[in-house]
Ligand binder design. Structure first.
Ligand code: ZN
Length: 459
């Protein structure tokens, strides 16, 4: 849909621009001084802890979110039901047994089945891609597969992660098709602290379900060198298992719009986390930022449109919260005029990325212009602006994200070291300011981002 360009009279245009500048300065100043985003993520990580969907921690997080939103001055604070599949991590242990004995640092991937109770032992075969795995052909049957592809560090985009993520998602399926007994994958991460990184994986109907664990980068290198000398034998024992479905919830709160309360600017983050650390950078930071940004906007007085905060349950294990939101709000998605998800850690803001074309970039650039002094006003296009927004932009909702410094994000992502101390409060508050400025601009704007059509092409 093409939006009509409204032509301001010169005086009112200048007045509106001046109001925007003053409001932006107040938002940035307050974000840096009040410390609310950091206090919020500190409260989540230190009072609730880890919150894997389906666990008691996740349910405590729902109660926490209701309270945090009310304290921030949001209104219409409530939960909305989500069903989640419960997965129990259990124990994980692995070791190289030949050519020499050496413990391996492993974690089960989310959703993996267990090994036999006593564990399993087998000869290792290695591949760095599915093409290499398929080329091994019959050599895979009866063996344990090592998927070993280093992840490139990239401080400005998720490109390095995107390159290796399919190996984790589909590794068990591709290895099982060739008759493998289990899979070990080099952790998707950029740190070298002998930390295994967990994450989501999936099985496929009709293909054998085999155990799947991630191992520390150093251990993948060790196995690679052991194989280069000849045969390597590995033991693996996992006790993880699925344990039915349980009820959980998304948590929603609002800053009600003064003129067009039915039109919504959505600020999302995910409330669940992995269970190894306390989910500070993924995604406690996002929860803290969107709650704090909404609070800052509310403090300036009601915006023209409603700013809605949505903390989604179960991003990490299948997006059931995001899908429930899109289904339950289907009738009003046409009035969701913009959606942002904060799920890129706690690093300083670098600018924005929008799902759309030149018109989307131009409008978002205007909204972000007051952030030029923070070097956070550059806007680029993207195919995806956050996993929880996928069901929304499939329904046409214009989606965008804050780009943040990711230099160290994947050192800690999905590990036991995703803890509060990894967050620099100043960087977090700069990012919060950037979200608040652009969200308020979206809520006040005369012009709207173009809707997204199927295939992300603009109409
Ligand atoms: Zn996340």
């Amino acid at each position: 849909m093409m939006r009509r360009l409204l032509v301001f009279g010169c005086a009112s245009g200048i007045a509106a621009a001046a109001e925007t500048d003053i409001a932006s300065q107040r938002l940035v100043g307050a974000a840096l001084l009040d410390g609310a985003a950091y206090a919020t993520v500190a409260s989540l990580t230190d009072q609730v802890g880890s919150r894997l969907a389906g666990t008691p921690g996740a349910e405590r997080a729902v109660v926490w979110a209701l309270s945090a939103m009310k304290q921030a001055g949001l209104t219409h604070v409530h939960t909305e039901p989500v069903r989640v599949e419960r997965w129990v991590r259990g124990e994980a242990e692995a070791a190289l047994v030949a050519p020499f004995a050496h413990p391996l640092h492993v974690v089960a991937l989310g959703g993996s089945v267990a090994t036999p109770r006593e564990g399993l032992e087998g000869e290792l075969v290695e591949a760095s891609s599915f093409e290499e795995l398929k080329a091994l052909g019959p050599r895979v049957a009866g063996r344990i597969v090592l998927l070993n592809r280093p992840m490139m560090r990239n401080g400005e985009s998720f490109g390095g992660y995107g390159d290796v993520a399919p190996l984790r998602r589909f590794g068990a399926v591709e290895a099982a098709r060739l008759g493998a007994r289990a899979v070990l994958i080099r952790s998707l991460g950029t740190g070298a602290y002998r930390l295994p990184h967990t994450g989501a994986m999936q099985y496929q109907e009709g293909v054998a379900k085999i155990p799947f664990a991630a191992l520390a980068a150093e251990d993948a290198e060790l196995l690679h060198r052991a194989l280069a000398q000849g045969v390597a034998q590995v033991r693996l024992r996992l006790t993880c298992h699925l344990d039915g479905e349980v009820d959980s919830a998304n948590v929603i709160g609002e800053v009600k719009g003064r003129e067009r309360p039915d039109e919504i600017v959505l600020l999302g983050a995910h409330l669940d986390s992995w269970d190894l650390g306390t989910g500070a950078i993924d995604d406690g930071a996002g929860c803290g930022m969107v709650i704090a940004a909404a609070r800052l906007i509310a403090q300036l007085g009601a915006p023209r449109r409603t700013v809605r905060v949505a903390l989604f349950m179960n991003e990490e294990r299948g997006l059931s919260g995001a899908r429930a939101y899109a289904a339950d709000h289907r009738a009003e998605l046409v009035r969701h005029v913009a959606a942002l998800e904060a799920d890129s850690g706690a690093g300083r803001p670098l600018g924005f990325a929008v799902v759309g074309g030149a018109a989307s970039v131009a409008l978002l650039s205007r909204w972000a212009a007051p952030l030029s002094g923070l070097r956070a006003s550059a806007v680029q296009t993207t195919e995806e602006a956050g996993a929880d927004l996928i069901p929304l932009h499939e329904a046409g909702v214009p989606a965008f994200m804050l780009r943040q410094d990711l230099s160290s994000y994947f050192d800690w992502h999905h590990t036991a070291a995703d803890t509060l101390d990894k967050i620099d409060p100043f960087e977090l508050h700069l990012a919060t300011a950037a979200i608040a400025v652009v969200a308020r601009a979206a809520a006040e704007s005369v012009d709207l981002l173009p809707r997204i059509s199927a295939g992300h092409q603009q109409q």
